[in-house]
Design a protein around this ligand. Structure first.
Ligand SMILES: Nc1ncnc2c1ncn2[C@@H]1O[C@H](COP(=O)(O)OP(=O)(O)OP(=O)(O)O)[C@@H](O)[C@H]1O
Ligand SMILES: [Mg+2]
Length: 259
């Protein structure tokens, strides 16, 4: 029996793995143009893990991430997010599931006319008290090292700072699951490192689960686990040591940078 305290808003269960995928296939297109892009995916992401997903361009990484994020409809198989099967949920139930997920994309999608604080405030739910919103936005911006930039607009921020505002926005509702699609792609080495170190800290200190797509092999060391998708299939699932042993760095570089 599940204790009432273990039920998160929206009826999601806190003890279940963050993600459990069974026999998932996915197709784009209709009729003759129907094309399978994901093949029999089976994957469990326990709580608190930081998992990197890598693989060649076009292998299906973004498609899988958006399925897990309930941003597209699962056609086939089973996908549980935080203990809840999302196959067959209504649109409004999917919105509830998405409330528990923080999204960080490569294009940070900040509003240029709003300050850093206002961009974060926009994402805050369940309160209409503007003072409280402002305080929470400032707190989370301080957490990502932008306490002195809260009233700057995006054009006055560097690429790394903008990406940190996007991270602050993804974190402000304290989601247990964070999905990131190439969060460091537009950043220089130092800013990219700062961003992933921050994400690693969150995963460890606050028991968040992070699934991050990246081609950036300079940041693989933050991962507890590295999964590789090739042609729509999960080809490998390793911890970092196994990954380094089983992937020749030169082959890895070639494979990761196929465009
Ligand atoms: N909306 C769409 N309609 C039809 N096909 C699509 C659509 N989006 C993606 N695809 C195809 O699905 C496959 C997987 O695409 P996806 O974007 O998931 O790859 P990816 O691994 O994220 O690649 P990248 O590393 O370049 O971002 C590709 O063959 C792509 O052309
Ligand atoms: Mg992609």
């Amino acid at each position: 029996m599940i204790e009432p305290s273990s039920i998160a808003p929206g009826g999601l269960t806190l003890e279940a793995p963050a993600v459990r995928i069974q026999n998932l296939n996915y197709f784009f297109g209709q009729g003759d143009l129907r094309k399978q892009v994901l093949f029999d995916i089976n994957l469990v992401l326990p709580r608190g893990q930081i998992v990197i997903m890598t693989g060649p361009s076009g292998s299906g990484k973004t498609t899988l991430l958006t399925l897990i994020g309930a941003l597209r409809t699962v056609q086939n198989g089973s996908l549980e997010v935080l203990g809840q099967e999302i196959v067959g949920l209504s649109k409004s139930q999917l919105v509830e599931v998405r409330r528990n997920i923080g999204f960080i994309f490569q294009a940070h999608n900040l509003f240029d006319s709003l300050t850093a604080s206002q961009n974060v405030e926009m994402a805050i739910e369940l309160t209409h008290d503007w003072k409280e919103k402002r305080q929470r936005a400032v707190d989370v911006l301080s957490q990502v090292g932008l306490g002195d930039r809260v009233d700057y607009k995006p054009k006055a921020l560097s690429g790394g700072q903008k990406q940190r505002v996007a991270i602050a926005r993804a974190l402000v509702n304290q989601p247990p699951l964070i999905l990131a699609d190439e969060p460091t792609a537009a950043l220089d080495k130092k800013s990219g490192r700062d961003v992933v170190t921050l994400m690693q800290k969150l995963a460890k200190e606050e028991d968040r689960t992070i699934l991050m797509v990246t081609h950036d092999n300079r940041i693989l060391d933050v991962a507890d686990r590295i999964i590789t998708l090739v042609d729509g299939r999960l080809e490998s699932d390793d911890n970092l040591d196994q990954f380094v042993v089983s992937h020749d760095p030169k082959a890895l570089d070639r494979r990761m940078f196929i465009i």
